[in-house]
Design a protein around this ligand. Structure first.
Ligand code: FNR
Length: 405
């Protein structure tokens, strides 16, 4: 009972592509600058081959892992991605439902188009984590963290790779703008990228043929380049909370931000998302984080950075098992999950494929995405001769040399 139109994540990407408008497709799919890091996140998996073991009883396979105090059916979760209602009317709520039914953890973006409370309600007992952009205006962040705590989120993932926004040229060229019927829901009343001004339309319109139309809220574009580092003197953001003005925060630092966040967020766990070196992994441990996500934001921030799979080993080595290490970026097949785990990751997060599922068929499409990855991972374990996730180690992998052998 597979969807015969869609048996792989690559097919899901294609089907989604046909269903998204240009602005959404570009926003979801592009990477920073020429997109080389985005591509390398994926191609890095092709540098490794699996060394399967045979004649082991693989009739019973357990793909589950414990994470955030709960059982997750497979060692991957859905990474936080902003503005999911661009893909489908049900947006984050559909993702939450699909994740709950599959027993897969969902990461919710601070810049979701559904409130964190509504998402938690759809998730039921399933684990949720909240991705955080810490704002310079700390009060907004404190309020968000308190709400997450109250709603039962298990952890906050502080995104640390976004002191400024990466340069995404299609986003700039398209003058990306959230359609007026959508809201950055966690900061309602603060429409993204726009400010509303009362203005008389001053025209006779079809609905009001007897005269002028009533005063209308006309949406006026704010400076959508606000978050990019354009060499101009930077001013701390004030006013409405928008993605471009508030997500990037160049003032964050280990000493100031992490101890503060640990205190404010407790008892939720505090993770850092966007570490890509052994040095920063050591600093993260020094500051008592609960876990690390090796990430380059899906190639959307610093182009030219190492693919996450290539950065993973040095982080794993530096951490030495003291805290869990997760990785995201470029995971498109169950064998990719297996390879990341063999290189020392405890868990993997998947971003764009869930958005493609959402664009394809809402909740059903996300469920399909989860099922494909879960089934592929299970089969990979079976064919590699491993029955428990914790037994997936380095010995199952070989790295090809430069000539591809
Ligand atoms: C993201 N990502 C992201 N990360 C984050 O910390 N906060 C956010 O709001 C977003 N928003 C976002 C939007 C879109 C459209 C994409 C594609 C990505 C990054 C995300 O959490 C994750 O790191 C990457 O998506 C992983 O790479 P793949 O799986 O998309 O290749």
């Amino acid at each position: 009972n597979y969807d015969l139109n869609c048996l792989t994540i690559a097919e899901l990407e294609k089907l989604a592509r046909e269903r998204m408008d240009k602005q959404t497709r570009d926003y979801y799919n592009e990477g920073a600058d020429d997109g080389s890091t985005l591509k390398e996140n994926q191609s890095a998996y092709g540098k490794y081959r699996i060394r399967p073991r045979v004649l082991r009883d693989v009739s019973v396979i357990d793909t589950s892992v414990n994470i955030f105090g709960q059982r997750n059916s497979s060692p991957f979760g859905i990474a936080p991605t902003a503005m999911q209602r661009l893909a489908h009317d049900d947006g984050e709520l559909a993702t939450a439902r699909a994740c709950r039914k599959a027993g897969i953890v969902m990461g919710l973006s601070s810049f979701a188009t559904s409130t964190l409370e509504d998402v938690k309600e759809e998730s039921g007992e399933n684990a949720n984590v909240l991705q955080l952009y810490l704002f310079e205006e700390k009060n907004h962040s404190i309020k968000l963290i308190e709400r997450a705590k109250k709603a039962g989120y298990k952890a906050v993932l502080l995104t640390v790779d976004t002191p400024y926004l990466g340069r995404r040229n299609l986003e700039i060229r398209n003058q990306f703008k959230l359609p007026s019927h959508l809201k950055i829901a966690n900061f309602a009343g603060n429409p993204d990228d726009e400010e509303e001004i009362e203005q008389e339309k001053g025209e006779i319109d079809a609905e009001h043929p007897m005269g002028h139309s009533p005063p209308q809220k006309i949406r006026k574009r704010r400076n959508s380049n606000a978050g990019w580092h354009d060499g101009e003197k930077r001013v701390a953001p004030t006013g409405p909370i928008t993605f471009h003005t508030h997500a990037p925060n160049p003032t964050l630092s280990w000493e100031e931000s992490i101890p503060w966040l640990k205190e404010v967020a407790a008892p939720m766990e505090v993770w850092v998302k966007g570490v890509a070196t052994g040095e920063d992994a050591l600093l993260a441990i020094h500051h008592n984080v609960d876990g690390i996500v090796v990430s380059n934001h899906g190639g959307r921030q610093l182009n030219g950075a190492l693919a996450t799979l290539d950065a993973l080993p040095e982080v794993v080595e530096a951490v030495g098992g003291r805290v869990p290490v997760h990785v995201d970026g470029g995971v498109r097949h169950g064998t990719d999950i297996f390879k990341a785990l063999a290189l020392g990751a405890d868990f993997v997060w998947v971003g764009r494929p869930a958005l493609w599922g959402l664009a394809y068929k809402g909740e059903e499409g996300v469920a399909l995405c989860l099922r494909l990855l879960s089934d592929e991972f299970r089969l990979c374990m079976s064919l590699a001769g491993v029955t428990r996730v914790k037994d997936i180690g380095k010995e199952y992998l070989v790295k090809l040399n430069r000539d591809g052998f």
